[in-house]
Design a binder for this molecule. Structure first.
Ligand code: P6P
Length: 332
């Protein structure tokens, strides 16, 4: 007996005000687009979709052909959903808005169409990250107020990691649920209901090449992870694709860090379509997500492409970072 992601949303609809048919119709736009991306990625080397597109995006990053394809797929599939008031993409400077009334265009979708670009051409996991916000009833103009809501207002969040299998993980605030794409039927099938992040993990995940330019507290913290000062021996894992590093942290526990650096004092990762959705999932799974000073989900965004320092992981590792626990979990 299989449960697809569409069925799962509908089955939950008694509990979730957002799981009306309109919301599951919205989600099907995302899953359709990610299936299109998956099909392209699976045969990337065989068709002319690898390599650079020849333009740079709003982040000043060299766009990869698959970046552009994924962005177009999401804009197309979601633009057809009349409940979408605006789409915000990492790849586009400005939001794409649809002239829909407050009663019809009820949602804002924010997404990173293909995260992990630096890994695309070397056949390493990449991912799609999405976040769903409710349009503010008062917001009948440029929708900025609806787009720049803090992360705790998210209606839903999720990601798809394109790896040995293609896995969708999402939450609507009622637990975290994982689905695996069954290519024989073209559907995301429930494989991991009510996912919980282990309270304590054995991995830490950070780009240690930046260590010299981190603020001291991060160097000291990673030093304690290495030395066993937190009461256990850790192993280092860093894939360089946020979605893959996060997915491992969700399943195995531990901590992922992208601290401030000299080049990126405000952090490298983006608040709206990377940190917020993953923070929502992490908290729903029993983990924590912080910018080093406070909860990611409490940050009031100032701009749609705003960056943030991003630390996320198991409660024990995150508390050790945030309250400076130096030994086996006792407060300093
Ligand atoms: P660095 C990929 O380009 C990305 O945006 C995230 O997926 C990843 O976590 C991060 O950048 C890696 O950055 O500086 O360690 O290469």
């Amino acid at each position: 007996m299989i449960t697809t992601v569409q069925q799962h949303i509908l089955q939950q609809q008694q509990e979730i005000s957002e799981a009306s048919g309109r919301f599951s119709w919205l989600l099907s736009g995302i899953t359709l687009a990610t299936k299109m991306v998956e099909a392209k990625i699976r045969t990337a080397g065989l068709s002319d979709v690898l390599g650079a597109f020849g333009q740079t995006n709003v982040q000043g990053e060299q766009q990869q052909k698959l970046d552009v394809f994924a962005n177009q797929a999401l804009l197309h599939c979601l633009g057809l959903r009349d409940s979408v008031a605006a789409l915000v993409s990492e790849e586009d400077e400005e939001p794409v808005t649809f002239n829909r009334s407050v009663d019809t265009g009820k949602y804002i979708i924010v997404f990173d169409p293909l995260d992990g670009s630096s890994n695309i051409d070397v056949n390493v996991n990449v991912g799609t990250i999405f976040s769903v916000l409710r349009r503010l009833p008062s917001d009948t103009t440029d929708l900025q107020a609806s787009i720049l809501q803090p992360g705790y207002t998210q209606v839903a969040a999720g990601y798809v990691v394109y790896g040995p299998s293609t896995v969708l993980v999402y939450t609507t605030g009622h637990g975290v649920h994982g689905f695996t794409l069954d290519p024989t039927i073209g559907a995301f099938v429930l494989t991991n209901e009510n996912m919980k992040m282990p309270e304590h993990g054995n991995y830490y995940s950070v780009n240690e090449a930046n260590a010299a330019s981190w603020p001291d507290k991060y160097r000291e913290y990673v030093g304690k992870l290495r030395s066993g000062a937190l009461g256990r021996q850790y192993s280092s894992r860093y894939i360089g694709s946020l979605v893959a590093d996060f997915h491992r942290t969700l399943l195995k526990g531990g901590v992922f860090l992208y601290p401030p650096t000299k080049d990126q004092p405000g952090g490298k990762l983006r608040l709206l379509y990377e940190a917020n959705p993953l923070a929502f999932i992490a908290e729903q799974a029993g983990g924590m997500a912080s910018n080093g000073n406070g909860r990611i989900l409490d940050i009031k965004p100032e701009g749609i492409h705003q960056r943030t320092p991003f630390m996320v992981g198991s409660k024990r590792e995150m508390e050790a970072l945030l309250d400076g626990r130096a030994t086996d979990g006792r407060a300093k």
